[in-house]
Design a protein around this ligand. Structure first.
Ligand code: FAD
Length: 648
């Protein structure tokens, strides 16, 4: 049986985009869909989906949205180049977010606007009333308007992706249901359907509301998925005016009563204006599965929506022209899930980009999933979409010499993951020390934690060496798999410049490591492995007998610590001159310099909360910038805590 490069299961919004983008990258791909094309049974129907940029959900989505808009516009042009159509995939209408200043929608939108300097207008209640009389706002409510917003027609987008996929030689199987999938070998996955079996190198599961049944059980100890029903309504205005033709898309936060959203009048079927609740109103949202979802819309649900319209948009409370139901697939934090299935050798990719706000991202998610299929990493920041998305980042930075006992214990504690009540650790040691063999590096590491290390519940994995990493892509792929399966990563010492050179030789590898760090994977590094932790990395080259500009060479490090420059072997090797030279003349103006002596370490949570770990005589020196040539110095010992509160 010939293997596919990738099989995409579920050809809704995200699957169709992924299939098309993989096919354009010339991969041999198969898409499998249980229904006969676009349909009303999942999450991508109803003729409209809001797209906007000032994202109240989190500013981290904004760069993804910028790329999404770009890719939707590319898709529109691509489709127009192959056929004439009267309908556009994307209609720009502008968008208004309405609510009290303290509401999630308003405060979150402002956060995104300010973080990314997005064009916007803040409208008072009276300005909203005069510009858009259809909205009956309270005096204390405000609006935030942006032009970069509108709606997509989901059915048309999906059909466009089907066309592009077929044009680029993808195989599409409709009315076929995937019933099982399993690891067949280290490099292959076997997919079983009601019509046959297939082998594939990579498998993408983008099955929407079927995700809980398709892979929910396999990840339930890490992240829980559930499904809920939503109701959509299309109303005509009660006085037949056309004022609704030109309103922007809107989302209105009613705080305790949930939030609702709607669209301007959309030409074609079913007519009228779509309006729906997004979250929280108990009357019209229930837990369900694709099998149990109630597709009938009850009179009480209609009454509830009419009551809301009567109060907030009385002009829209006219004839009800249509209703429909749809399903959200939710994660607990409402951020998407895009990651590899654990223990699948990085060959099975899970995609649940929904929680009721995923359609606008289909274009960029297709790009991200294609990156993961092709290279196992993407340069987009998807750290908050990973399965393990600890809210905390954790790094242990050791000054060289022996790992202090408390630091070793903390690292083992961080590396411990409990699955089904059983603890395990999978620690990857990166043995890129210049003078030591892999075995010596591994033995050093074991010595530090031998009293904790239990082979039944812990595995210590040695990453490929530097030479293998720079000469053979096979080892890079192995390294990526190790990174994806790791519960913690330890950078041995070596030469910091060479470590970074290995990582940047392969596009995206440094970004993959950064993304794993951002999603909570604990890292530790000693000696050169400590130097790489900051953005500004001291390379070890220069004149260290003076404190002067340009005498100490620096390069970009891994960047886990953005507001401090780290130096190691600090007291023992008398490194104050070199750290001060860099601190005083750094273009980045880092507010802190941290000199960590041998046999000492600091733990750093979220890049801010630090604690000194080590023996009674060891020291960590903290320099805090007051002015260009003025620094406050603290000499810290074991147990001392400090915060790096100032940003760069
Ligand atoms: C009412 C509603 C309003 C929304 N509004 C917005 C909005 O305004 N803006 C926005 O950005 N997002 C919005 N969303 C969210 C957005 O629509 C979803 O995030 C998106 O449609 C999810 O796409 P998907 O590809 O994951 O799922 P789907 O498009 O449902 O695709 C999953 C596909 O997998 C197929 N499948 C499942 N199991 C199998 C199997 N075993 N074998 C073969 N095929 C299988 C299904 O048939 C289905 O076609 C809304 C969602 C709903 C429900």
């Amino acid at each position: 049986m010939d293997a596919y490069d990738c099989i995409v299961v579920g050809l809704g919004g995200h699957g169709s985009s992924t299939l098309a983008q993989l096919a354009k990258r010339k991969l041999k791909v198969l898409g499998i869909e249980r229904f006969s094309g676009t349909h009303q049974n999942g999450s991508s129907h109803g003729r409209s989906r809001i797209i906007r940029q000032a994202y109240f959900e989190d500013p981290k989505y904004v760069p993804l949205l910028a790329r999404s808009f770009e890719l939707w516009r590319d898709l529109q042009s691509e489709v127009e180049s192959i056929e004439v159509s009267n309908e556009k995939l994307l209609t720009m209408t502008g968008g208004i977010m309405i609510g009290y200043p303290e509401s999630t929608v308003i405060s979150g939108t402002l956060k995104s606007v300010r973080t990314h300097n997005l064009p916007h207008e803040i409208l008072s209640a009276s300005e909203i009333r005069s510009r858009y009389p259809v909205f009956q706002v309270d005096d204390r409510e405000i609006g935030i308007y942006e032009t970069e917003a509108g709606y997509l027609i989901p059915e048309l987008c999906i059909e466009s992706y089907y066309k592009i996929a077929k044009l680029n030689n993808a195989t599409l199987h409709f009315e076929e249901i995937v019933t099982d999938y399993e690891i067949f070998s280290e490099d292959l996955v076997k997919v079983t359907t009601n019509k046959g079996t297939y082998l594939t190198k990579k498998l993408v599961l983008s099955v929407g509301a079927w995700a809980p049944e398709m892979f929910g059980k396999k990840i339930e100890n890490i992240l829980q998925l559930d499904c809920s029903r939503r109701v959509l309504f299309w109303f005509e205005p009660n006085d037949k005016n056309d004022v609704f033709m030109n309103i922007p898309i809107y989302i209105w936060d009613l705080i305790n009563e949930g939030n609702f959203y709607g669209f301007p009048t959309q030409p074609g079927n079913p007519g009228g204006n779509k309006v729906a609740y997004h979250f929280m109103n108990k009357d019209i949202s229930d837990k369900c599965t694709p099998e149990t979802v109630n597709k009938e819309v009850s009179q009480s649900e209609i009454d509830s929506m009419r009551k809301l319209l009567d109060k907030r948009m009385p002009n829209l409370n006219g004839k009800l022209v249509a209703t429909s139901t749809c399903m959200y697939t939710n994660t607990p934090d409402q951020h998407f899930l895009l990651d590899f299935l654990p223990d699948s050798n990085g060959n099975i990719i899970l995609a649940s980009p929904c929680s009721g706000h995923g359609f606008k991202f289909c274009s960029v998610v297709g790009e991200i999933l294609s990156d993961l299929v092709q290279n196992s990493f993407t340069s987009h920041d998807i750290s908050f979409f990973r399965l393990q998305r600890q809210s905390e980042t954790r790094v242990l930075i050791e000054g060289g010499g022996d790992m202090p006992a408390q630091a070793g214990e903390l690292f083992y504690q961080w590396a411990t993951v409990t699955v089904k009540g059983v603890e395990h650790r999978n620690i990857v040691v990166i043995p890129w020390a210049s003078e030591q063999t892999n075995e010596e590096c591994m033995n050093n590491f074991k010595l530090w934690g031998s009293h904790l290390f239990n082979e039944e519940t812990s595995s210590l994995v040695c990453a490929p060496n530097q030479l293998q990493m720079v000469t053979d892509i096979k080892y890079v792929k192995l390294f990526i798999k190790q990174l994806l399966n790791a519960t913690a990563i330890f950078f041995h010492g070596g030469d910091q410049v060479k470590i970074i050179e290995v990582l940047i030789k392969w596009p995206g590898l440094r970004e993959l490591i950064q993304s794993r760090y951002q999603s909570g994977l604990p890292f530790a590094g000693t000696s050169a492995g400590a130097a790489i932790m900051s953005v500004t990395m001291i390379t070890g080259e220069g004149d260290f007998e003076v404190i002067e500009p340009d005498k100490v060479e620096t390069k970009f490090g891994l960047g886990f610590v953005s507001n401090a420059i780290i130096d190691q072997h600090f007291v023992k090797r008398k490194r104050t001159n070199r750290l001060l030279s860099v601190l005083m003349y750094s273009n980045r103006n880092e507010p802190y310099g941290i000199g960590i002596d041998e046999d000492m370490a600091i733990s750093l949570i979220n890049g801010r909360k630090a604690k000194v770990l080590g023996g009674p005589n060891g020291k960590v020196l903290l320099f805090e910038r007051q002015d260009k040539c003025e620094f406050k110095l603290k000499v810290l010992g074991s147990g001392d805590e400090f915060e790096l509160i100032r940003d760069q």
